[in-house]
Design a protein around this ligand. Structure first.
Ligand code: BGP
Length: 466
C-alpha cells in the first residue's frame, strides 16, 4: 500500500527557455541564453530556444494535456526578460498576460502552479551591467520578484527563487559552458554570493508582501560515493559534499555558509566579499521548503593533478562524463554502475539517501522533488512512442521516494522532468525527457507517449499502481 500523504502533489516540470520559444515576440527582451546560444559552437549542433516547442503559442493545448494526464501541480519558470525586458523598470504587459493566462488555465483544471522565478535566463541587459557579479542584479531580482508576487501572488501558493545555482554558476563561471562563459573560481564564488543575497531579498519581500504561500530554493541533489575505501577517496568524497552540497544548501537553510570552507575560500581568493548586513540578510530569510532535483549520484576519487571537464553532450555512450578539480576531487565512472546514453548513472537508492542526508543535516524541512527523470532517445514502434525505460526509471525513483517517506521524511510532491519533450540546454532536442512527444518533423505536433498513460495511472491511484 502506498504511503504518500493525502495532500502529496503529483506534478511535472519545465522551464521557460526550454519550452516557450517566441524569444523576441510581444515585447520580450533577450536573455543571456538567447544571445549565447547564437554564438558558434556553444550548444549541441547549434540548437537554441528561439522556437523551442512553441509552448508560448500552444499553452492552452499543453494545459489540456496536463489535465488529461491528471496532473495535480505544474512547475514552470517565468522568463524574467519577458516581464521586464531590461531587467528592471518598464513592465511588458503582454508577458504578464501570458503567465496570468497560464495560471488561470491551470487553476481551471485544479492544477496547482509552482513558479520558479529564475531558471537561468537572465535579461541580457543586466548581464551587460555585470550580471550576477554585481549587487545591482540582486536588487533588480527583488524588483522582479515583487512584480511577480503582486501580479500572481493571490493565485499561486508555491514559489521557488532559484533553480540549481551550482549549475548556472558552476558552468557560467568555472567550466565556461554556460553564459557568461567565464573560467574563474573566485568570480564564481562572488557571483554565487549575490545569488544567495538575491534569494534572501526575494524571501524578505515575500514576507513583507504577505503572499499567502510558501517560498523555497531548488538545488541539485547529488550524493557522492567514494570509489574505494582509501582515506584519500573518502576525503575527496567528503570534500565534494562540502563544495557541491553544503555550500549551496547551508546559506538558504541554515542562513550561513559552511564555516570551514568559507574560511578557506576567503583565505585563498578573498571571496565571498560580504557587504554590511549580508550576514543578517541570510540569517533572517531562510526557506519554507527545499526543492530537490535528483538525477544521479557521482562516484568520487582523489585528484592530485588534473582538471578536466569532459561532458557527453552527444548521447554517444562513454564519450564523456568526467569532471575534476585539480588537487580536490574527480568524478569517475562507477564500475558497477548502470548508465544512460549521456553517461549519467541510474541509481534510485541515491534519492532515498540524499533526502535522508538533507533531513539529518537540516532537520524537518519540507521537501518537494522538483525534478527527476531520464534523458533518452525514445523508440518509436508502429507510430507509438514506447518509452519503457523512462517508466522503469520513474517507477524505481517513486519507490525510493516511498522509502524516504517511510523513514520519516516530509515530502510534499514529485515533479518528474519533464512534462513535455523540450530543449536540453547543451544537448539539443535529441535528449528527450517528456511524457508528451513533440514531432519536430510535423509542425511540433504533440503525441502522448506510453509513459503519459502510465503516469496518469500512478496519479489516479495516488502512487498505488506503478
Ligand atoms: C537540470 C535543469 C533542467 C534540465 C535537466 C536535465 O539541471 O534544471 O533545466 O535541463 O537538468 O538536464 P539536461 O538537459 O542537461 O539533460
Amino acid at each position: 500500500m502506498a504511503v504518500f500523504p493525502k495532500d502529496f502533489l503529483w506534478g511535472a516540470a519545465t522551464a521557460a527557455y526550454q519550452v516557450e520559444g517566441a524569444h523576441d515576440e510581444d515585447g520580450k527582451g533577450l536573455s543571456i541564453w538567447d544571445v549565447f546560444s547564437h554564438l558558434p559552437g556553444t550548444t549541441y549542433q547549434g540548437t537554441n530556444g528561439d522556437v523551442a516547442v512553441d509552448h508560448y503559442h500552444r499553452m492552452q493545448e499543453d494545459v489540456a494535456l496536463m489535465a488529461e494526464m491528471g496532473l495535480q501541480s505544474y512547475r514552470f519558470s517565468i522568463s524574467w526578460p519577458r516581464l521586464l525586458p531590461a531587467g528592471r523598470g518598464k513592465i511588458n504587459e503582454a508577458g504578464v498576460k501570458f503567465y496570468s493566462d497560464l495560471i488561470d488555465a491551470l487553476l481551471a483544471h485544479n492544477i496547482e502552479p509552482m513558479i520558479t522565478l529564475y531558471h537561468w535566463d537572465l535579461p541580457q541587459a543586466l548581464q551587460d551591467e555585470g550580471g550576477w557579479e554585481v549587487r545591482s542584479t540582486a536588487e533588480a531580482f527583488e524588483e522582479y520578484a515583487r512584480l511577480c508576487y503582486a501580479r500572481f501572488g493571490s493565485r499561486v501558493k508555491l514559489w521557488a527563487t532559484f533553480n540549481e545555482t551550482i549549475v548556472f554558476i558552476g558552468h557560467g563561471y568555472i567550466t565556461g559552458s554556460h553564459p557568461p562563459s567565464v573560467n574563474d573560481p573566485a568570480r564564481a564564488i562572488q557571483a554565487c554570493h549575490q545569488v544567495f543575497i538575491a534569494h534572501a531579498l526575494a524571501v524578505k519581500a515575500f514576507r513583507e508582501m504577505k503572499v499567502n504561500g510558501e517560498i523555497g530554493f531548488v538545488n541539485v541533489l547529488q550524493p557522492h560515493t567514494p570509489l574505494t575505501n582509501s582515506p584519500e577517496d573518502i576525503a575527496a568524497s567528503e570534500l565534494a559534499d562540502a563544495i557541491h552540497t553544503h555550500w549551496f544548501y547551508d546559506p538558504v537553510l541554515k542562513g550561513s555558509y559552511p564555516a570551514e570552507l568559507l574560511e578557506k575560500t576567503q583565505a585563498l581568493w578573498g571571496v565571498p566579499r560580504f557587504a554590511p548586513g549580508d550576514d543578517a540578510l541570510l540569517r533572517d530569510n531562510r526557506c519554507d521548503f527545499i526543492g530537490l532535483n535528483y538525477y544521479r549520484r557521482e562516484t568520487v576519487t582523489a585528484n592530485p593533478d588534473e582538471t578536466r571537464t569532459q561532458a557527453n553532450n552527444s548521447g554517444e555512450k562513454n564519450s564523456g562524463g568526467e569532471f575534476g578539480f585539480k588537487g580536490l576531487f574527480k568524478f569517475v565512472r562507477n564500475p558497477d554502475g548502470v548508465y544512460t546514453d549521456w553517461d549519467w548513472e541510474i541509481w534510485p537508492q541515491g534519492l532515498t539517501d540524499g533526502i535522508m542526508m538533507v533531513k539529518a543535516r537540516y532537520g524537518d524541512i519540507p521537501v518537494y522533488i522538483t525534478e527527476n527523470g531520464l534523458g533518452a532517445k525514445d523508440p518509436i514502434i508502429n507510430g507509438e512512442i514506447v518509452d519503457q525505460s523512462r517508466i522503469d526509471y520513474l517507477r524505481m525513483h517513486i519507490e525510493a521516494l516511498e522509502k524516504a517517506i517511510e523513514l520519516g521524511a516530509d515530502i510534499r510532491g514529485y515533479y518528474p522532468w519533464s512534462f513535455i519533450d523540450l530543449l536540453s540546454w547543451l544537448n539539443g532536442y535529441k535528449k528527450q525527457y517528456g511524457f508528451v512527444y513533440v514531432d519536430h518533423q510535423q509542425n511540433l505536433a504533440r503525441k502522448r507517449k506510453k509513459s503519459f498513460y502510465w503516469y496518469k495511472g500512478v496519479i489516479e491511484s495516488h502512487g498505488g499502481v506503478r
